[in-house]
Design a protein around this ligand. Sequence first.
Ligand SMILES: Cc1cc2nc3c(=O)[nH]c(=O)nc-3n(C[C@H](O)[C@H](O)[C@H](O)COP(=O)(O)O)c2cc1C
Length: 191
Amino acid sequence: MIKVVGIVGSPRAGGNTEILVNEALKAAAEEGAIVELLRLCDKEIKPCDGCRSCRKTKECWIKDDFRPIFDKMVEADGIIIASPVYFGSSTPQVKALIDRAGYLSIAKGRVFENKVGGALVVARRAGQNFTLAELLFFFLHQGMIVPGSSYWNVAFGREPGEVLNDSEGIETVKNFGKKMVWIIKKLKGLV
Ligand SMILES: Cc1cc2nc3c(=O)[nH]c(=O)nc-3n(C[C@H](O)[C@H](O)[C@H](O)COP(=O)(O)O)c2cc1C
């Protein structure tokens, strides 16, 4: 069984980021993966406070909605993190998640190592490449494997649904979803 989780980092439910994640997950499901979409907009994830107590306790003491999301990331073979561009960067919701997940993962013995990961990014006009790089740095830091697609996983759109007009962006994230499952199958020796 192959599990892929897609995390929507927009504070806006049903927006362009969610559409992109849905397209990538649908493509992954067509290749045989069990998929799950998680929205950060209906969760509270506080920023890392830098206490570093996770290094000793192997847990994050902050009480909010972080832990169930972290657990789903740990259970998954493939992790997609998607963000709209906010002033040239990812959203605070995404940043809080990767800071805490990344640090706790290390405390627990690098639990994301050798998983497959990838980022999807959408913006009205500019900042996609920087934001994509920001998220890819997380996956690479965690020793994860990042597949490519038919282009970089970036798309254009402002109002909810506008991203559907970017046919190349949609095609790119679909191809990414397929490639993610292909590499997971290879890694598991299923093909
Ligand atoms: C606070 C804020 C900052 C934004 N900054 C940028 C930006 O730097 N570059 C850009 O092209 N679009 C920017 N946008 C537009 C969003 O990236 C765009 O509307 C995107 O489609 C939103 O995704 P969503 O529908 O998933 O929320 C910004 C939007 C907001 C609300």
